[in-house]
Design a protein around this ligand. Structure first.
Ligand code: ARG
Length: 580
């Protein structure tokens, strides 16, 4: 289905063409900020007036007079306002018929993509032997949501977990474990991610203090990179233990990921440097191979290089990311590459993309590569989130904490619910609350993590939306309507202003998703759903459903609302509940 916005866009472009023999590609259509002025607004006359040297109002009038009879029929009012805006108000009957089509559409009115894109969403990407922390929570939640969006729209999505599973840190960890936990490395004793983490910390201390240990660790790295059997065996074991720890969290968050960590690109690293060298793009700086890129300078104003091979011959994070980018462009043949990584790495990604353009791998007219950045999670003190012991909060504790808090809220609210029911509900609501509080904040902003705030029943929270959903289900249950039958013969008829307002908002669902595909800002979808719940509540306050003459139409409006709400929540990665 075409969105209403796209339909107005198309119609106005045609009208400008017929009025002035002029081809414009953007008719500047947007939803009206206030419904009493209209449903959609067109701002093209203001810009065109400067080009054509005609007053914007005169221009607007002529454009309106050239609009097709079809669009005029669909509108109850087309008004020219202020300096020359054109405001369109749709007739209730047209809007009703549109909602009927939307109800019959599995995609709820979203256009089938004219070209299915291959979209890589890289997210989560924690480091082996280091437990996931709250900094990884945002990447996992935002990345999963973006992947769900494109999957729903029918694209071919590859969800990649670029875990940090290679590098010099393994040298010290393996050396340490050979000394302090040999049975683990021999496979005689089992271990977990938490133990790995503590060994990692201890190894780091030893590395910084003990010169002999440092030397042995560096040797261990060389052996690992040379493929020494014992070193590889130890490395694999460490990765396996970490993987199990990560999987537990992904299960809780219901986030699916394909692991393709840094080690995957190891065989290509030498070739990356060779190719830059062959193209004459390498400069030596203190023995390290560097790529200098225009426009990148350090604080002193000196050129800032991208280092792709260290003076000791080792490759690094930058080399691996270049290899990953090349692989995604040429082997995966991605149309769009989205890396969901904290804002602290913005400069790294800018330089990475600049280098890939410079060598000719990345052609922005063919492949869209984006760093989807996000801000920090803060504690109630306004500083980076820390546990009481001062360590960065571990993600698993954070999630279990939310589930526990949700359980307390539910036990009070639903005293008659069984133990089992409370357990299921609190799991869903705890996780939903964490996800929603993250997604509903502008992703570039830092946000304060607060269980109390995220578990509120009022305001822009997960529970508020879930409650609206539960309410609609209650209405359907109460009327005992046979929805299948209703769908086959009844239709939506909008009359009351609250019905029209809800109907218009429902029809805008696909537009919201469309905008989301461009700006990749999940809070816009959250805002949309929040307004949907509010509009539904207003409708339910103003319009009786059960036993009214409009019962059938209103039940269908409820049905469409619950479908859109459910689908929207699913894209955010939230699960719904049956009671609350
Ligand atoms: N492992 C890194 C970290 O935890 C994030 C990796 C981001 N992705 C990338 N392609 N560099 O900081």
């Amino acid at each position: 289905m075409e969105t209403l916005l796209a339909a107005f866009q198309r119609e106005v472009v045609l009208a400008v063409q017929s009025a002035y023999s002029l081809t414009v590609d953007d008719a500047e259509i947007s939803p009206c900020a206030q419904e009493e002025f209209g449903h959609y607004q067109c701002n093209i006359a203001l810009g065109l007036s400067k080009v054509l040297k005609i007053s914007p109002r005169a221009l607007a009038e002529k454009i309106v007079s050239h609009l097709s009879p079809t669009i005029k029929n669909h509108c109850s009012k087309i008004e020219i306002a202020g300096p020359g805006f054109i405001n369109f108000t749709l007739t209730p009957s047209y809007l009703s018929s549109q909602l009927g089509l939307q109800l019959a559409d599995k995609k709820l009115g979203s256009a089938v993509p004219s070209k299915k894109q291959k979209i890589i969403v890289e997210f989560s990407s924690p480091n082996v032997a280091k437990e996931l922390h709250v900094g990884h929570i945002r990447s996992t939640i935002i990345g999963d949501c973006i992947a769900r969006l494109f999957e729903f729209l029918g694209h071919d999505v590859l969800r990649l977990n670029h875990i940090g599973d290679w590098g010099t840190q393994f040298g010290m960890l393996i050396t340490y474990m050979f000394e302090s936990a040999p049975d683990v490395l021999k496979g005689k004793t089992e271990t977990d991610l938490a133990s790995l983490m503590s060994w990692y910390r201890a190894a780091k201390t030893r590395f910084d203090e003990d010169l002999d240990f440092k030397k042995r660790s560096q040797l261990q790295v060389v052996q690992l990179q040379a493929g020494d059997a014992e070193a590889i065996h130890a490395w694999k074991l460490i990765c396996d233990v970490s993987r199990k720890g990560f999987a537990e969290i992904y299960r809780m968050l219901d986030a699916k990921l394909i692991e393709r960590g840094e080690s995957f690109y190891n065989p290509f690293l030498k070739d990356i440097v060779d190719e830059f060298e062959k193209k004459g793009l390498i400069s030596l700086s203190d023995g390290a191979k560097c790529v200098f890129l225009e426009g990148f300078v350090n604080r002193e104003g000196e050129p800032l290089p991208l280092m792709i091979q260290k003076s000791d011959g080792g490759f690094n994070y930058d080399t691996t990311d270049l290899a990953a980018l090349r692989h995604r462009i040429f082997e995966e043949k991605a149309d769009r590459i989205i890396a969901v990584v904290d804002a602290g790495q913005s400069l790294h990604f800018q330089m990475l993309f600049a280098a890939a353009k410079k060598i000719g791998w990345l052609d922005p007219s063919k492949v869209q590569a984006e760093h989807v950045a996000f801000g920090l999670v803060l504690g109630s003190d306004g500083k980076k989130f820390k546990t009481r012991s001062g360590e960065t909060e571990k993600l698993i504790d954070l999630l279990t904490g939310a589930i526990d808090k949700a359980r307390a809220v539910l036990q009070e609210r639903l005293p008659d619910a069984s133990e089992q029911e409370i357990a299921t509900l609190s799991h869903i609501i705890g996780i939903d609350a964490v996800k929603y509080s993250d997604l509903s904040t502008h992703r570039l902003k830092d946000y304060t993590f607060s269980y109390d705030k995220m578990l509120r029943f009022e305001g822009n929270t997960a529970i508020f939306l879930l409650y609206a959903y539960v309410r609609i289900r209650g209405i359907k249950r109460k009327t005992a309507a046979n929805m299948q039958e209703l769908l086959s013969h009844a239709r939506i008829e909008l009359h009351h202003p609250s019905e029209i307002s809800l109907g218009l908002h429902l029809r805008r669902f696909p537009e919201t998703l469309e905008t989301f595909t461009h700006d990749l800002l999940p809070h816009r979808l959250c805002e949309y759903l929040y307004h949907l719940a509010e509009k539904f509540n207003a409708f339910f306050r103003d319009c009786r459903v059960d036993g009214s003459p409009e019962e059938n139409s209103r039940l269908l409006l409820c049905e469409l609302t619950s479908r859109v709400l459910h689908q929207g929540l699913e894209i955010l990665g939230l699960k719904t509940v049956d009671r609350l």
